[in-house]
Design a protein around this ligand. Sequence first.
Ligand SMILES: [Zn+2]
Length: 408
Amino acid sequence: MRKINNERLLKLLDDFAQFGKTENNGVTRLALSNEDKLARDYFIQLSRQADFSVKVDPIGNIFVRREGKYPKLSPILVGSHGDSQPLGGRYDGIYGVLAGLEALLSLNDYQIETERPIDLVMWTNEEGSRFSPAMMGSAVFTGKLSIEEAFRKQDKNGITVESELERIGYLGKDDFLNYRPYAALEIHIEQGPILERNHTDIGVVSGALGQNWYQIQLDGLASHAGTTPMNMRKDAGIGMAEAMMEFNKLGMKEIKHQGRVTIGSIQLTPNSPNVIPGRANFTLEIRHPDQQSLNRLDKEIYKIVNNISNKYQLDAQIKQVVNLPPLVFNSDLLRIIRQIADKLGYSREDIVSGAGHDSCHLNNEMPTAMIFIPCIDGLSHNEQENITDEWCEKGGNILFNMLLKLAS
Ligand SMILES: [Zn+2]
């Protein structure tokens, strides 16, 4: 199997980490900021130097093309995002863009002419920390968000996406309406601790977790903390506490199956030290790779809340506010990733993404797959985010050989 030039990839990662570099060696490169512009400009400069053509669509997604022998064949799309979180890391997103660039440069070095064109994309505003929603560039690209609506989105200073695109020179004119890639690939750091803990080189991302979110309200009776005996209370706070413990037990039973249960926000009313809580409001989110399990957990949740409501004489209301089905990436592409990892002698395991990625939008429109490499201590969205040179190289080699295989 052929290999990439890892020295060059490491140098690219280092060079791009200068755009928005922070004191603690992290990166603040918010979408459509001056730092984002610098990274974009340099990405285009390097691509043109290598004789690739460059297009920019109206939401500022940059498409770099290495032409194939048959320009009319549908291309392979590869890439990730160029923006970062505030005080974010040097690898989240940009690793996928630069591993793609390194793969194209290696194709040049080997003087390989692929049959299909390869398009390397740098998506606009994946993080969503300056402009909501996250994954904006890929949402517009796949028609999930209209360009008009995206243009109107504002940051906290009231500056719109459209005016910032215009200001930094990335309000593109290139049309991607009839663009249909043959397959799409994204490589990304895991942003979690699993691959490193298992000493696994490569995560074959089988899909992304489905999500159900709920808002739960328990109503009891607010009364005097000093005058109401313990056995004569309707304490909504105690009901909530017991529900939290029961939900956590439910989540612990799903460890093996990658299920996750989280109570992230709680509120007691009237929230006073000497009043028995009359009302408790809290959120519950469950995530699972499997729809049947999500349905089963959903039933369990209603049962738990019902039992607690009877036990403590509370009125209970459950409102489901988010319902996202689990997502499964293309099985043929996943099989090829596994084969290539085996041929290269890299350890691999299937892994489910707990986070959203641009590829999640692409998956409905075209055969799509993702590859993860480990990151140290699972840290991400953090200035300390880091990878080893070896993980960097192995990820790059997998991506390069995937492109070779798919484009030939
Ligand atoms: Zn990312």
